[in-house]
Write a protein that binds this ligand. Structure first.
Ligand code: EPU
Length: 422
């Protein structure tokens, strides 16, 4: 029988991180922007593309339906003129939640689309109702939403759309459907995350007319067509947040470069509360050694500009090293506190109040034991815990981490961490 080799990380804790690293382009911006190239009449060149599994999966889907893609270093050139409207499967390497982002652009371009329900990581039940609702409001009709997702339209038209919830990717689908729809669209209760903003800036750079970017109300005047062009993806504030926490955890001295620090405003507030020391620059942040870390009253995740759910698990690791009791309230996802069971194996102390709330009691000494990743961000949290654990930590299931972090171990090694992939 053929052996299956699942990579793992082996981390030896206790090293202070120091030095400087360049943050990669944002995963959650690059994914919708790649899908939006379906709307462009001419080739699009995208710079600062992160080298991560989710991007490779999206490229593979686009190639399968006929896109001509050149990918060198961090730059991609996509020409979608030969794309055919085909069924999008979610099998094998195409299994990703973000494939739903093809729905809006396919509907705009072909007036119909059919795809399997998207796969992805284990974050509780994540329906697509908000996506369908937004496209229906723009003149599309659902043919099937049980077996597959299938929609058609006589032609999308602008309208005043109140989103049924503040959803990131559903907002992105609505935007991509609206930019070439007939007339004016207003999207209310739009998500405003930095990656949603980046998608809008990209679309405007190739000829779209979107205003209200960064707010919860977007106004889009439909244009006949979008051209080609060149665009650099914004820095990944979630990757940056992870490295910033690594620096604080190890009481290190680290500069993260290539980000807009304002993407992390609520994160900095919590970092101050916990007692970290840092200096913000135009496109960088310098994390400095600090005194005793203290608990935070409550770490409550919510939509942007509140504290990002994607940094909740990483921040929780920091709270295990802070004096006192900190409450975590994860408001977005079911199942996004599951990683606490892994941290407990390492010696962390917490009390589960309900599936969305827990109290972490610190400071606890963490010890290296075999643990596993639960999703992209929980996986990163395990690496963070391992950086301060006594002894050696073995982290399995790191395929999750590879979906969202561009060469995590090489960047950590550069900062002095002892981490290797085996
Ligand atoms: N939700 C609420 N209340 C809200 C808004 C959302 O309960 O006010 C629920 C939704 O029902 C859903 C969940 O919260 O179950 C997340 O909602 P959303 O639709 O915004 O998530 P998404 O668009 O599927 C994107 C990111 C995720 C990130 C979430 C939340 C991409 C490709 N994915 O997912 O990223 O966690 O927004 O910010 O952009 C990651 O990068 O690790 C990741 C999972």
């Amino acid at each position: 029988m053929k052996a299956i080799h699942m990579p793992k990380y082996i981390v030896k804790g206790g090293k202070k991180l120091h030095g400087s690293i360049q943050i990669s382009g944002s995963k959650n911006a690059a994914l919708p922007i790649l899908c939006a190239t379906l709307l462009a009449k001419k080739p699009v060149t995208l710079k600062n593309i992160p080298n991560i599994a989710d991007i490779h999966a999206m490229i593979s889907i686009l190639r399968t339906i006929g896109a001509d893609i050149e990918y060198r270093d961090k730059t991609i050139t996509v020409d979608t003129k030969n794309v055919k409207n085909q069924y999008i499967s979610n099998e094998g390497k195409h299994c990703m939640r973000a494939s739903i982002l093809l729905l809006g652009p396919l509907m705009a371009r072909f007036k119909k689309a059919k795809m399997a329900f998207p796969g992805g990581c284990i974050l509780g039940k994540r329906p697509v109702d908000t996506h369908l609702y937004a496209l229906e409001a723009l003149g599309a009709e659902v043919i099937d939403a049980k077996q597959d997702i299938e929609m058609k339209t006589d032609g999308l038209r602008g309208d005043d759309v109140v989103m049924s919830e503040l959803s990131v990717t559903a907002t992105e689908n609505a935007i991509m459907a609206a930019v070439t729809a007939r007339g004016k669209t207003i999207i209310r209760l739009a998500a405003a995350e930095p990656h949603v903003q980046d998608l809008c800036h990209f679309l405007n750079s190739i000829g779209a007319d979107i205003t209200g970017i960064g707010t919860h109300t977007l106004v889009i005047n439909g244009v006949n067509s979008l051209q080609g062009g060149e665009y650099a993806i914004t820095g990944d504030y979630l990757e940056a947040g992870t490295f910033i926490i690594a620096a604080v955890l190890t009481n290190g001295d680290v500069t993260v470069q290539g980000i807009d620090p304002h993407h992390l405003d609520s994160f900095w507030q919590k970092l101050s509360e916990v007692g970290a020391s840092y200096e913000l620059k135009d496109n960088a942040a310098h994390i400095k050694p600090h005194g005793t870390l203290k608990a935070v009253g409550q770490l409550r995740t919510a939509v942007h500009p509140s504290f990002p759910t994607d940094l909740q698990a990483p921040f929780a690791v920091l709270l295990t090293q802070a004096q006192g009791d900190s409450k975590i309230f994860e408001t977005l996802f079911d199942g996004r506190l599951n990683y606490l069971a892994e941290l407990e194996k390492m010696g962390a102390k917490f009390e589960m109040l309900n599936p969305h709330q827990a109290i972490i009691s610190g400071k606890t000494k963490l010890k290296g034991v075999p643990i596993s990743s639960w999703d992209i961000r929980a996986g990163a949290a395990m690496v963070l815990a391992a950086l301060v654990a006594k002894g050696e930590t073995e982290i399995s299931n790191i395929g999750f981490i590879d979906r969202g972090y561009d060469n995590l171990e090489a960047k950590l090694q550069k900062l002095g961490a002892e981490i290797e992939r085996v």
